[in-house]
Write a protein that binds this ligand. Structure first.
Ligand SMILES: [Ca+2]
Ligand SMILES: [Ca+2]
Ligand SMILES: [Ca+2]
Length: 271
């Protein structure tokens, strides 16, 4: 009668040894601030977490990071116009492509807020949807913000910049504007096999800025797909923030590790 127990124990040990170590090597960083200047230290610290330098636009590198602050997007791709889903792998290649979870008329549609001297005099900081948004939202980097159309959750997938070769990153951090409830800000990273590696919620800062970042300390854990939640309503609907449980949240700077292909990682021995 002892044999089945022994086999069961061996099976259990085998399962424990082979089961994926969820979140084992992930680190979550959070920060909040009433002003952009007060958030700077958290941003700089995350840049150090990722290591290397900002690799800018195009090319491919063994280390470093990419950043998107939306501020260089031309008026023609900012509100009232849409931002193409592949703008940051085509127009300005930084190895990331956007998609949405929600079906319908706004599927895979994205928008960058208007700047102060745009040709259609569209209000800044999404004030075109509801005048109160321009007060609730401030920028970390002036003067554009970002959000998807028709929903609160979007997906990022990574490629070698300017190509269709799938890639993964060592981590990602996002700046959020006007987080009123922690559950309305969320980052989830999935590995190239579609397995969820880590999920995290953000910190509240009404009318201010919140930072939420995740990165992996093990070079064998890589994030190829990121799910980002920002708010609990459709920004386009114009619902007033703070009334009836409505929490609109805008996105500012994205900071993520250099997108690298599986082949490149194998070649480098996961360096
Ligand atoms: Ca910005
Ligand atoms: Ca608010
Ligand atoms: Ca809000």
């Amino acid at each position: 009668m002892k044999l089945p127990v022994a086999i069961g124990l061996v099976t259990l040990l085998t399962l424990l040894m082979t089961a994926p170590a969820a979140d084992a090597a992930s680190v979550v960083r959070r920060g909040t601030a009433a002003t952009p200047a007060a958030l700077q230290a958290a941003i700089d610290s995350f840049r150090v977490d990722l290591g290397g330098v900002n690799n800018g636009v195009g090319g491919t590198f063994r280390s470093g990071r990419r950043e998107i602050n939306w501020d260089g997007v031309p008026d023609s791709f900012a509100l009232p116009n849409n931002l193409p889903f592949n703008f940051f792998n085509s127009n300005s290649p930084r190895g990331v492509v956007f998609s949405t979870l929600e079906a319908g008329s706004a599927l895979n549609q994205f928008m960058v807020s208007a700047d102060g001297d745009n040709p259609t005099t569209t209000p800044v900081r999404f004030g075109n949807f509801n005048a109160s948004y321009a007060t609730a939202f401030q920028t970390f980097s002036a003067e554009r913000l970002f959000h998807l159309r028709g929903g609160d959750t979007m997906i990022l997938t990574f490629f070698l910049p300017g190509t269709n070769i799938p890639a993964s990153v060592s981590g990602i951090g996002v700046v959020y504007a006007d987080v009123d409830a922690s559950a309305n800000v969320r980052l989830i990273c999935f590995d190239p096999d579609g397995q969820r590696l880590v999920g995290a919620t953000g910190d509240v800062q009404n009318n201010g800025l919140s930072f939420l970042g995740v990165f992996f300390t093990s070079p064998e854990e890589r994030c190829s797909r990121v799910e980002i939640r920002a708010g609990n309503v459709d920004l386009v609907g114009g619902a007033a923030d703070g009334t009836g449980g409505v929490d609109v949240i805008a996105l500012d700077d994205f900071i993520y590790g250099e997108p690298r292909s599986v082949d490149a990682l194998l070649r480098d021995g996961f360096e």
